[in-house]
Design a protein. Structure first.
Length: 284
């Protein structure tokens, strides 16, 4: 028999502590914004069941054993549904990730993870709750955690900062490594801005983001996006790179400078040959 905690509050407290043990944690918030956000993704039984997961994919049988052992020790009450059903419903809500082929589950960090998986379910109320928690507690955790997703690695050498756009060949390698498990889905950032009434003024395009492997499997299975082939993924990558280069301030400035050189040369002011300015795209 599987067991649940006596109170809803205990479920969410246990889940928050478990999430906070991930490399990018889920810190406490003095105003309760942490629990308000969790309640928008987990029901009490789901919070209790998810608290027995971690960042590694774990078989459903092992999870059931953990929950049964905890219930036997603490004298808890019975769950109203099988653990597998509870976790499957959480995966459909983007609260955990499910590897269907092996029936394994894992926790997700808030970013990148649970928040992005709300793209097909997002409401204005969810965005308000998420932004409130991010501003109060999670933002500092994301940037200052000892195990950040993006962090400084000391190497004892000076490094010249370069704001470089990835090459097409790098995109090709990422896409090839996905072995056909690729999906495209709406941009969660633009979805949130739409709900806040602050839509992007540059484009009405929303189907912009790509997901790969386990993330792609989830997106397609839950209906948050659609599967695409390697050819379309490569075409989209090439299109995004063209757009990035066209809107890159360094590229735009260089092109403007080059055009001015040509115009001045045409008027006999200077010759364009020997232009000391390097093309930021590496072109002639």
């Amino acid at each position: 028999m599987h067991h649940a905690p006596m109170t809803d509050g205990a479920s969410y407290r246990r889940l928050r502590r478990t999430l906070d043990s991930l490399p990018v944690g889920f810190p406490r918030a003095a105003t309760g914004s942490d629990y308000r956000l969790l309640k928008r993704m987990f029901d009490p039984e789901g919070a209790w069941a998810a608290s027995f997961l971690d960042w590694r994919f774990t078989p459903i049988g092992t999870i059931e054993q953990r929950i049964a052992a905890a219930g036997a020790e603490d004298g808890r009450i019975s769950l109203s549904r099988p653990v597998s059903e509870i976790l499957r419903s959480l995966a459909a809500r983007g609260a955990v990730i499910w590897r269907e082929k092996t029936d394994e589950y894992a926790l997700l960090p808030l970013v990148v993870g649970m928040y992005e998986f709300q793209v097909g379910l997002m409401t204005r109320e969810y965005v308000d709750a998420a932004f409130a928690y991010m501003k109060e507690s999670f933002g500092l955790e994301f940037l200052a955690s000892g195990e950040q997703q993006t962090r400084i690695i000391p190497i004892g050498e000076s490094v010249r900062p370069e704001h470089r756009i990835a090459t097409y060949d790098e995109f090709r390698s990422l896409i090839a490594a996905a072995e056909g498990r690729i999906a495209v889905l709406p941009c969660v950032c633009r979805k949130a801005k739409d709900l806040l009434g602050k839509s992007c003024s540059h484009s009405d395009r929303r189907e912009l983001c790509m997901a790969f492997r386990d993330y792609a499997d989830t997106v397609v299975r839950e209906g948050w996006g659609r599967a695409i082939g390697t050819a379309e993924a490569l075409e989209r990558a090439a299109g995004r790179l063209r757009g990035l280069h066209e809107n890159n301030p360094a590229v735009v400035a260089w092109r403007r400078h080059r055009a001015e050189q040509v115009m001045r040369a045409a008027r006999g002011v200077v010759k364009p040959a020997g232009d000391p300015e390097a093309d930021p795209e590496g072109g002639p």
